[in-house]
Design a protein around this ligand. Structure first.
Ligand code: ADP
Length: 361
Protein backbone atom coordinates (compact mmCIF):
# COMPACT_ATOMS: atom_id res chain seq x y z
CA UNK A 1 0.00 0.00 0.00
CA UNK A 2 1.33 3.46 -0.83
CA UNK A 3 2.44 5.74 2.01
CA UNK A 4 -0.15 8.16 3.43
CA UNK A 5 0.54 11.70 2.25
CA UNK A 6 0.02 15.19 3.68
CA UNK A 7 -2.69 15.99 1.20
CA UNK A 8 -4.84 13.10 2.43
CA UNK A 9 -4.37 14.11 6.06
CA UNK A 10 -5.25 17.76 5.39
CA UNK A 11 -8.26 16.75 3.31
CA UNK A 12 -9.55 14.65 6.22
CA UNK A 13 -8.95 17.46 8.70
CA UNK A 14 -10.59 20.09 6.53
CA UNK A 15 -13.98 18.62 7.32
CA UNK A 16 -13.59 19.81 10.93
CA UNK A 17 -15.06 23.23 11.64
CA UNK A 18 -14.18 25.68 14.38
CA UNK A 19 -17.63 26.45 15.84
CA UNK A 20 -16.76 30.04 16.75
CA UNK A 21 -14.85 31.08 13.66
CA UNK A 22 -17.14 29.14 11.29
CA UNK A 23 -14.29 27.91 9.15
CA UNK A 24 -12.43 24.65 8.84
CA UNK A 25 -9.32 24.12 10.95
CA UNK A 26 -7.04 23.67 7.93
CA UNK A 27 -7.93 26.99 6.26
CA UNK A 28 -7.64 28.67 9.65
CA UNK A 29 -4.01 27.55 9.77
CA UNK A 30 -4.46 25.54 12.97
CA UNK A 31 -2.53 22.48 11.71
CA UNK A 32 1.15 22.80 12.48
CA UNK A 33 4.20 20.58 12.35
CA UNK A 34 2.58 17.76 10.34
CA UNK A 35 4.81 14.69 10.08
CA UNK A 36 4.21 11.31 8.51
CA UNK A 37 6.55 8.39 9.10
CA UNK A 38 5.76 4.82 8.16
CA UNK A 39 2.05 5.37 8.53
CA UNK A 40 2.40 7.25 11.83
CA UNK A 41 0.90 10.72 11.60
CA UNK A 42 1.68 13.46 14.11
CA UNK A 43 0.73 17.14 14.18
CA UNK A 44 -0.26 20.06 16.37
CA UNK A 45 -3.65 21.75 16.43
CA UNK A 46 -2.91 25.31 17.46
CA UNK A 47 -6.10 26.91 18.79
CA UNK A 48 -6.71 30.60 19.36
CA UNK A 49 -7.19 30.07 23.11
CA UNK A 50 -6.15 27.38 25.60
CA UNK A 51 -9.63 27.84 27.13
CA UNK A 52 -11.36 26.53 23.99
CA UNK A 53 -14.64 24.88 25.05
CA UNK A 54 -14.46 22.25 22.29
CA UNK A 55 -10.77 21.36 22.65
CA UNK A 56 -11.29 17.70 23.61
CA UNK A 57 -14.03 17.18 21.05
CA UNK A 58 -11.89 18.62 18.28
CA UNK A 59 -8.98 16.38 19.25
CA UNK A 60 -11.02 13.19 19.19
CA UNK A 61 -12.71 14.20 15.93
CA UNK A 62 -9.31 14.78 14.31
CA UNK A 63 -7.99 11.47 15.66
CA UNK A 64 -10.98 9.63 14.28
CA UNK A 65 -10.84 11.25 10.82
CA UNK A 66 -7.12 10.74 10.35
CA UNK A 67 -7.06 7.16 11.61
CA UNK A 68 -9.69 6.24 9.01
CA UNK A 69 -7.32 7.08 6.12
CA UNK A 70 -6.11 3.81 4.61
CA UNK A 71 -2.54 3.05 5.62
CA UNK A 72 -2.57 5.11 8.86
CA UNK A 73 -1.13 3.07 11.73
CA UNK A 74 -1.10 5.69 14.47
CA UNK A 75 -2.10 9.31 15.16
CA UNK A 76 -0.51 11.66 17.67
CA UNK A 77 -2.06 15.09 18.18
CA UNK A 78 -0.79 17.87 20.45
CA UNK A 79 -3.33 20.54 21.34
CA UNK A 80 -1.62 23.94 21.71
CA UNK A 81 -2.81 27.55 21.66
CA UNK A 82 -1.61 30.92 20.58
CA UNK A 83 -3.95 33.68 21.75
CA UNK A 84 -4.45 36.41 19.17
CA UNK A 85 -4.75 39.93 20.39
CA UNK A 86 -7.32 42.55 19.69
CA UNK A 87 -6.35 45.18 22.21
CA UNK A 88 -5.06 48.05 20.09
CA UNK A 89 -1.73 47.97 21.89
CA UNK A 90 -0.56 51.49 22.20
CA UNK A 91 1.86 52.95 24.71
CA UNK A 92 -0.73 52.48 27.47
CA UNK A 93 -0.67 48.70 27.87
CA UNK A 94 1.92 47.07 25.65
CA UNK A 95 2.24 43.27 25.70
CA UNK A 96 -1.38 42.73 26.74
CA UNK A 97 -3.24 40.90 24.01
CA UNK A 98 -6.82 41.16 25.21
CA UNK A 99 -8.49 43.32 27.83
CA UNK A 100 -11.82 42.15 29.23
CA UNK A 101 -13.80 44.63 31.32
CA UNK A 102 -16.24 43.29 33.90
CA UNK A 103 -19.08 45.76 34.44
CA UNK A 104 -22.36 45.87 36.33
CA UNK A 105 -25.34 48.19 36.49
CA UNK A 106 -24.92 48.54 40.26
CA UNK A 107 -22.75 47.42 43.18
CA UNK A 108 -23.21 44.22 45.13
CA UNK A 109 -24.07 41.89 42.24
CA UNK A 110 -20.77 40.01 42.58
CA UNK A 111 -18.75 41.79 39.90
CA UNK A 112 -15.47 41.54 41.85
CA UNK A 113 -16.13 37.94 42.90
CA UNK A 114 -16.80 37.00 39.28
CA UNK A 115 -13.68 38.89 38.10
CA UNK A 116 -11.40 36.97 40.52
CA UNK A 117 -12.84 33.55 39.75
CA UNK A 118 -12.84 34.12 35.99
CA UNK A 119 -9.24 35.29 36.04
CA UNK A 120 -8.24 32.13 37.94
CA UNK A 121 -10.33 29.92 35.63
CA UNK A 122 -8.61 31.41 32.56
CA UNK A 123 -5.17 31.03 34.14
CA UNK A 124 -5.96 27.39 34.97
CA UNK A 125 -6.25 26.63 31.26
CA UNK A 126 -2.64 27.71 30.78
CA UNK A 127 -3.33 31.26 29.59
CA UNK A 128 -1.26 34.17 30.93
CA UNK A 129 -3.69 36.28 32.91
CA UNK A 130 -3.72 39.59 34.78
CA UNK A 131 -6.40 41.07 37.04
CA UNK A 132 -6.79 44.81 37.49
CA UNK A 133 -8.99 46.22 40.20
CA UNK A 134 -10.10 49.62 38.97
CA UNK A 135 -13.10 49.77 41.30
CA UNK A 136 -11.63 52.70 43.09
CA UNK A 137 -14.59 53.28 45.43
CA UNK A 138 -14.50 49.76 46.85
CA UNK A 139 -11.30 47.99 45.88
CA UNK A 140 -12.03 44.50 47.21
CA UNK A 141 -9.89 42.37 44.89
CA UNK A 142 -6.72 42.27 47.06
CA UNK A 143 -8.79 40.96 49.99
CA UNK A 144 -10.64 38.44 47.83
CA UNK A 145 -7.38 37.21 46.30
CA UNK A 146 -5.72 37.03 49.73
CA UNK A 147 -3.06 39.58 48.81
CA UNK A 148 -1.66 41.41 51.81
CA UNK A 149 1.55 42.72 50.35
CA UNK A 150 1.86 45.80 48.17
CA UNK A 151 3.46 45.71 44.74
CA UNK A 152 7.09 46.76 44.56
CA UNK A 153 9.07 48.83 42.09
CA UNK A 154 11.86 47.51 39.91
CA UNK A 155 13.64 49.50 37.19
CA UNK A 156 11.01 52.24 37.58
CA UNK A 157 8.21 49.77 36.90
CA UNK A 158 5.50 48.52 39.26
CA UNK A 159 5.62 44.73 39.56
CA UNK A 160 2.15 43.19 39.93
CA UNK A 161 1.57 40.79 42.81
CA UNK A 162 1.20 37.21 41.62
CA UNK A 163 -1.41 34.98 43.27
CA UNK A 164 -3.12 31.76 42.13
CA UNK A 165 -1.38 32.07 38.77
CA UNK A 166 -2.78 35.58 38.16
CA UNK A 167 -0.88 38.90 38.08
CA UNK A 168 -2.88 41.25 40.25
CA UNK A 169 -2.91 45.02 40.57
CA UNK A 170 -5.33 47.26 42.45
CA UNK A 171 -5.92 50.99 42.27
CA UNK A 172 -6.62 50.62 45.98
CA UNK A 173 -2.84 50.36 46.48
CA UNK A 174 -2.47 53.92 45.27
CA UNK A 175 -5.63 55.77 46.20
CA UNK A 176 -7.36 55.93 49.56
CA UNK A 177 -10.99 54.83 48.86
CA UNK A 178 -12.25 57.38 51.41
CA UNK A 179 -10.71 60.18 49.38
CA UNK A 180 -11.60 58.58 46.05
CA UNK A 181 -15.28 59.30 46.58
CA UNK A 182 -14.44 62.95 45.99
CA UNK A 183 -12.73 62.20 42.68
CA UNK A 184 -14.49 62.65 39.40
CA UNK A 185 -14.30 59.95 36.73
CA UNK A 186 -11.89 61.73 34.38
CA UNK A 187 -9.47 62.30 37.28
CA UNK A 188 -9.54 58.62 38.19
CA UNK A 189 -9.11 57.66 34.56
CA UNK A 190 -6.09 59.90 34.21
CA UNK A 191 -4.52 58.49 37.32
CA UNK A 192 -5.21 54.94 36.20
CA UNK A 193 -3.63 55.74 32.86
CA UNK A 194 -0.48 56.82 34.63
CA UNK A 195 -0.43 53.73 36.88
CA UNK A 196 -1.13 51.39 33.97
CA UNK A 197 1.70 52.78 31.94
CA UNK A 198 4.01 52.08 34.87
CA UNK A 199 2.99 48.45 35.51
CA UNK A 200 5.17 45.66 34.12
CA UNK A 201 2.46 43.19 33.09
CA UNK A 202 4.85 41.32 30.81
CA UNK A 203 3.13 39.24 28.18
CA UNK A 204 -0.51 38.63 29.00
CA UNK A 205 -3.12 36.79 26.96
CA UNK A 206 -5.99 38.25 28.98
CA UNK A 207 -6.22 41.16 31.40
CA UNK A 208 -9.47 41.10 33.38
CA UNK A 209 -10.48 44.60 34.56
CA UNK A 210 -12.96 44.98 37.40
CA UNK A 211 -14.66 48.29 36.55
CA UNK A 212 -16.35 50.54 39.11
CA UNK A 213 -20.08 49.68 39.27
CA UNK A 214 -22.88 51.59 37.61
CA UNK A 215 -23.12 53.96 34.72
CA UNK A 216 -21.47 57.00 36.30
CA UNK A 217 -18.55 58.87 34.83
CA UNK A 218 -15.95 56.63 36.56
CA UNK A 219 -16.71 53.41 34.67
CA UNK A 220 -17.36 55.41 31.53
CA UNK A 221 -14.07 57.30 31.60
CA UNK A 222 -12.17 54.08 32.35
CA UNK A 223 -13.82 52.19 29.54
CA UNK A 224 -13.01 55.02 27.16
CA UNK A 225 -9.42 55.15 28.24
CA UNK A 226 -8.52 51.46 28.41
CA UNK A 227 -8.26 49.81 25.00
CA UNK A 228 -10.86 47.12 25.66
CA UNK A 229 -11.34 43.95 23.65
CA UNK A 230 -14.85 43.64 25.07
CA UNK A 231 -17.13 43.94 28.09
CA UNK A 232 -18.98 41.35 30.13
CA UNK A 233 -21.89 42.52 32.27
CA UNK A 234 -22.71 40.81 35.56
CA UNK A 235 -26.27 40.91 36.83
CA UNK A 236 -28.52 39.12 39.30
CA UNK A 237 -31.57 37.20 38.05
CA UNK A 238 -34.39 39.56 39.12
CA UNK A 239 -36.25 41.62 36.56
CA UNK A 240 -35.42 44.87 38.35
CA UNK A 241 -31.76 43.93 38.05
CA UNK A 242 -32.31 43.40 34.36
CA UNK A 243 -33.40 47.02 33.91
CA UNK A 244 -30.27 48.19 35.69
CA UNK A 245 -28.02 45.88 33.69
CA UNK A 246 -29.67 47.11 30.49
CA UNK A 247 -28.60 50.65 31.36
CA UNK A 248 -24.98 49.60 31.63
CA UNK A 249 -25.14 47.69 28.34
CA UNK A 250 -26.74 50.64 26.61
CA UNK A 251 -23.97 52.85 28.00
CA UNK A 252 -21.34 50.65 26.30
CA UNK A 253 -23.34 50.48 23.11
CA UNK A 254 -23.55 54.27 23.06
CA UNK A 255 -19.84 54.56 23.74
CA UNK A 256 -19.24 52.35 20.79
CA UNK A 257 -20.99 54.92 18.66
CA UNK A 258 -19.34 57.96 20.22
CA UNK A 259 -15.76 56.63 20.20
CA UNK A 260 -13.97 55.39 17.13
CA UNK A 261 -13.25 52.15 18.92
CA UNK A 262 -15.44 49.10 18.76
CA UNK A 263 -16.25 47.83 22.26
CA UNK A 264 -18.07 44.54 21.75
CA UNK A 265 -20.36 43.35 24.51
CA UNK A 266 -19.07 39.81 25.01
CA UNK A 267 -22.19 38.82 26.94
CA UNK A 268 -24.15 38.69 30.18
CA UNK A 269 -23.32 36.62 33.26
CA UNK A 270 -26.08 35.90 35.73
CA UNK A 271 -24.70 35.70 39.26
CA UNK A 272 -26.51 34.58 42.42
CA UNK A 273 -28.73 32.39 40.32
CA UNK A 274 -30.51 29.53 42.18
CA UNK A 275 -29.25 28.34 45.56
CA UNK A 276 -27.77 24.86 45.48
CA UNK A 277 -28.39 23.10 48.81
CA UNK A 278 -25.01 21.84 50.04
CA UNK A 279 -26.73 18.83 51.68
CA UNK A 280 -29.11 17.51 49.05
CA UNK A 281 -28.18 19.40 45.89
CA UNK A 282 -31.72 20.76 45.36
CA UNK A 283 -31.80 24.10 43.55
CA UNK A 284 -33.98 26.80 45.12
CA UNK A 285 -34.56 30.01 43.20
CA UNK A 286 -34.46 32.69 45.88
CA UNK A 287 -35.09 35.41 43.32
CA UNK A 288 -37.14 35.23 40.18
CA UNK A 289 -35.59 33.07 37.52
CA UNK A 290 -33.85 33.67 34.21
CA UNK A 291 -33.46 37.50 34.18
CA UNK A 292 -29.99 37.19 32.64
CA UNK A 293 -31.19 35.03 29.79
CA UNK A 294 -34.15 37.32 29.14
CA UNK A 295 -31.95 40.42 29.14
CA UNK A 296 -29.51 38.75 26.74
CA UNK A 297 -32.33 37.81 24.41
CA UNK A 298 -33.93 41.27 24.47
CA UNK A 299 -30.66 43.03 23.84
CA UNK A 300 -29.48 40.43 21.34
CA UNK A 301 -26.23 39.69 23.09
CA UNK A 302 -24.88 36.30 24.16
CA UNK A 303 -25.76 34.77 27.52
CA UNK A 304 -22.49 33.46 28.93
CA UNK A 305 -23.85 31.41 31.83
CA UNK A 306 -25.14 31.49 35.39
CA UNK A 307 -23.31 31.15 38.72
CA UNK A 308 -25.39 29.79 41.62
CA UNK A 309 -25.58 31.39 45.06
CA UNK A 310 -23.07 29.36 46.97
CA UNK A 311 -21.86 29.91 50.53
CA UNK A 312 -18.45 28.65 49.37
CA UNK A 313 -18.20 31.56 46.94
CA UNK A 314 -18.89 34.06 49.70
CA UNK A 315 -16.54 32.36 52.19
CA UNK A 316 -13.88 32.10 49.50
CA UNK A 317 -14.02 35.85 48.99
CA UNK A 318 -13.88 36.57 52.70
CA UNK A 319 -10.94 34.20 53.27
CA UNK A 320 -8.87 35.37 50.35
CA UNK A 321 -9.23 32.00 48.62
CA UNK A 322 -11.77 32.28 45.79
CA UNK A 323 -14.05 29.28 45.18
CA UNK A 324 -11.97 28.35 42.10
CA UNK A 325 -9.09 27.68 44.52
CA UNK A 326 -10.87 26.59 47.73
CA UNK A 327 -13.62 24.50 46.09
CA UNK A 328 -12.60 23.73 42.49
CA UNK A 329 -15.09 20.86 42.17
CA UNK A 330 -18.13 22.88 43.35
CA UNK A 331 -21.05 23.75 41.06
CA UNK A 332 -20.04 27.40 41.20
CA UNK A 333 -16.46 26.65 40.09
CA UNK A 334 -17.78 24.51 37.25
CA UNK A 335 -19.90 27.49 36.23
CA UNK A 336 -16.91 29.86 36.37
CA UNK A 337 -14.85 27.49 34.21
CA UNK A 338 -17.63 27.16 31.62
CA UNK A 339 -18.15 30.94 31.51
CA UNK A 340 -14.39 31.55 31.14
CA UNK A 341 -14.41 29.21 28.13
CA UNK A 342 -17.37 31.04 26.62
CA UNK A 343 -15.61 34.39 27.06
CA UNK A 344 -12.39 33.05 25.50
CA UNK A 345 -14.38 31.68 22.57
CA UNK A 346 -16.16 35.01 22.08
CA UNK A 347 -12.84 36.84 22.17
CA UNK A 348 -11.43 34.46 19.56
CA UNK A 349 -14.34 35.22 17.29
CA UNK A 350 -14.38 39.02 17.75
CA UNK A 351 -10.61 39.07 17.22
CA UNK A 352 -10.98 36.98 14.10
CA UNK A 353 -13.79 39.19 12.75
CA UNK A 354 -11.72 42.32 13.46
CA UNK A 355 -8.69 40.87 11.65
CA UNK A 356 -10.89 39.92 8.67
CA UNK A 357 -12.27 43.48 8.57
CA UNK A 358 -8.75 44.92 8.70
CA UNK A 359 -7.78 42.72 5.76
CA UNK A 360 -10.89 43.92 3.93
CA UNK A 361 -12.49 40.46 3.76
P1 ADP B 1 -19.62 43.81 43.55
O1 ADP B 1 -18.20 43.75 43.09
O2 ADP B 1 -20.60 43.71 42.44
O3 ADP B 1 -19.91 44.96 44.45
P2 ADP B 1 -18.92 41.57 45.25
O4 ADP B 1 -18.15 40.70 44.34
O5 ADP B 1 -18.15 42.39 46.23
O6 ADP B 1 -19.91 42.50 44.43
O7 ADP B 1 -19.97 40.63 45.98
C1 ADP B 1 -20.86 41.11 46.98
C2 ADP B 1 -21.04 40.04 48.06
O8 ADP B 1 -21.75 38.93 47.51
C3 ADP B 1 -19.72 39.49 48.57
O9 ADP B 1 -19.86 39.25 49.94
C4 ADP B 1 -19.56 38.17 47.84
O10 ADP B 1 -18.81 37.23 48.55
C5 ADP B 1 -20.99 37.72 47.68
N1 ADP B 1 -21.21 36.89 46.47
C6 ADP B 1 -20.93 37.21 45.19
N2 ADP B 1 -21.28 36.22 44.35
C7 ADP B 1 -21.79 35.22 45.12
C8 ADP B 1 -22.33 33.91 44.86
N3 ADP B 1 -22.42 33.44 43.63
N4 ADP B 1 -22.73 33.16 45.92
C9 ADP B 1 -22.66 33.64 47.20
N5 ADP B 1 -22.17 34.86 47.51
C10 ADP B 1 -21.75 35.65 46.49
Amino acid sequence: MSEVNEKQVLAALSSIQDPDLHKDIVSLGFIKDLKIENGHVSFQIELTTPACPVKDKMKSEAEEKVSKIPGVKGVEIRMTASVRGNAPTGPLIPNVKNIIAVASGKGGVGKSTVSCNLAIALADTGARVGLLDSDIYGPSIPMMMGVNEEPYMMDNKIIPVEKYGVKMMSMGFFIDPDKAVLWRGPMIAKYLQQVLADVAWDDLDYLVVDLPPGTGDAPMSLAQLIPLTGVVVVMTPQDVAKEIANKSIIMFQMMRESTERDIPILGIIENMSGFVCPHCGTVTHLFSQGGGKRAAKELEIPFLGAVPIDPLVCQGGDNGKPAMVSAPASESSKAFRAIAQQIAARISSVTWEASQRREGK
